[in-house]
Design a protein around this ligand. Sequence first.
Ligand SMILES: O=C(CO)[C@H](O)[C@H](O)COP(=O)(O)O
Length: 220
Amino acid sequence: MEAKKAAAELAVAEIREGMIVGLGTGSTAYWAIQGLGARVRNGLNIQAVATSEASENLAKELGIPLIAFANISEIDVTIDGADEVDAAWNLIKGGGGALLREKIVAFSSRKLIIVVDESKVVAQLGAFPLPVEVVKFGYELTIRRLRALGCKPEVRVVDRQPFLTDNGNYIIDCNFGSIPNPAGLHQAINGIPGVVETGLFIGMASQVIVGYKDGSVERL
Ligand SMILES: O=C(CO)[C@H](O)[C@H](O)COP(=O)(O)O
């Protein structure tokens, strides 16, 4: 917990008056949202957009003002977590099932700050099974096509039910093993009809902040 909190707090310190801020999803982003809530209570004037219903609810509880996407064209800074970060700052995301909204928000963010604990930093992506969001229709066929790309795909199950994203889709966790060419794999998966989005975030991170067990932090 200390590692995630420390990384999140350093990112929150970068938020300035008047900014539009993207709120990530997960246990590390949770600390960023808490930190932003504290700064808002101390008078910081920001507006936020959330990447999940959970983060939106937390922002509301903390009194962080939210703004509709219809009223913005860009987000100044988004702070989000990741499941893996490689040496080129490519990411696997979606462990919390919010990858589609996270990618939509990240894509329109001038700056994407990724906050992780040290366990997430890897030489090559792939030890964490890649989450892929797919529509329910024909998902059995979509899974076959994913398997043909060389992975072991599994429908994510929570409480013995298929997990449904905030968008009403399934998550297929795809174990490819080591991923030597993340961009190529992303393209191949996104070419399968039925796939909505992959959890590979290629070249999107602007900054990576790593927290350590002893509470120290490092910018990569
Ligand atoms: O991509 C995500 C949610 O879809 C999260 O950012 C990712 O799973 C990391 O979560 P945590 O900070 O809880 O380890």
